[in-house]
Design a protein around this ligand. Structure first.
Ligand code: SF4
Length: 305
């Protein structure tokens, strides 16, 4: 049974998630319910359910929001079309888009304006990718894998590459290699954010020593799903769970060292019951494995509207 727990560091909340959660928290404290949010404020079931219980209403269409109401845009960002529609409906918007996502929007918009065809490396349908695509939909093509490059009709304009912020470092490098082999002069911005990078490095480090890796995070959290994939790619059994209730104790059979981490949208309190449970099962050594110190803090968004 387990005797050692390796705790990846950094893990859990990133600066963009803290900013988005703080702003919705403050709005719910000071304004009467309901307070609307466009899409889940961050991709974590526990966080979203907690806000719902306090009067937040998460919508996927602005049609569901009464004219003049308060709405918070999620950390994943929205397309200019959504911004314009919110304006038409005179909604009082607080934009909690992570500044690192906003940077990708600005790169995409400028590249299209400067005459490039944009290749957006990312997962089709993810909220962030939908928002970025909306900056220049006629000039942007989503590329999800190296195989998709083979079927892409030849671009006549120069090529500019941007990426979703929460992708796998290794998979993205392969896609970018495939793009570069086709378009050696492509301008490439690798936009995978610091938080995604650090969490993947940390999970890789614990997976080297662990017999089993647990990743806490929701199924729609891109960076959490990637963390499990990184651990699994190292040949280790790896499971993503929303919380302790999803852990099957049979996973611990024959396991001496457990690695534990969490996606960027996961509150650390969700790990505490897992750590306590492992102590009850015989873990006597809890070892933080630090690969990076994070000190980034983002300024809160303008909430004066
Ligand atoms: Fe911003 Fe990265 Fe966090 Fe997404 S994961 S909110 S891009 S810091």
């Amino acid at each position: 049974m387990p005797h050692t727990l390796l705790l990846a560091q950094p893990r859990g909340f990133c600066a963009g998630v803290v900013r988005a959660i703080d702003v919705l928290d403050e709005v719910l404290d000071r304004e009467p319910a309901p307070v609307y949010a466009f899409h889940e404020i961050v991709h974590n079931r526990h966080v979203v359910d907690g806000f719902r219980a306090r009067g937040a209403v998460f919508v996927d269409s602005l049609d569901e929001v009464p004219e003049g109401a308060r709405i918070v845009f999620s950390a994943h960002g929205v397309s200019p079309e959504v911004v314009a529609e919110a304006h038409r409906r005179q909604l009082r918007v607080i934009d909690a888009t992570c500044p690192l996502v906003t940077k990708v929007h600005l790169e995409t918009k400028k590249a299209a304006k400067d005459g490039y065809d944009v290749l957006l490396v990312g997962h089709r349908g993810h909220d962030e990718v939908v928002g970025t695509l909306g900056e220049a939909p006629d000039r942007t093509t989503i590329i999800d894998s190296p195989a998709e490059m083979a079927s892409l009709p030849r671009r006549e304009r120069p090529v500019f590459v941007v990426t979703q912020t929460t992708l796998s470092l290794e998979d993205t490098a392969q896609v970018i290699d495939a793009i570069r082999s086709e378009y050696p002069d492509a301008q490439v911005r690798n936009d995978i954010c610091y938080a995604t990078t650090n969490r993947q490095m940390a999970v890789r480090t614990i997976a080297e020593r662990a017999d089993l890796v647990l990743v806490v995070g929701s199924s729609n959290s891109s960076n959490s799903v990637r963390l499990r994939e990184v651990a699994a790619s190292m040949g280790k059994p790896a499971y993503r769970v929303d919380g302790i209730e999803e852990i099957d104790p049979a996973w611990y059979e024959g396991v001496g060292v457990v690695g534990l981490t969490a996606g960027a949208s996961v509150p650390d309190e969700l790990l505490e019951p897992i750590i306590e449970d492992l102590r009850r099962r015989g873990v006597t050594r809890v070892e933080p494995v630090v690969v990076a110190e994070e000190t980034i803090v983002f300024q809160p968004p303008d909430a004066s509207a």
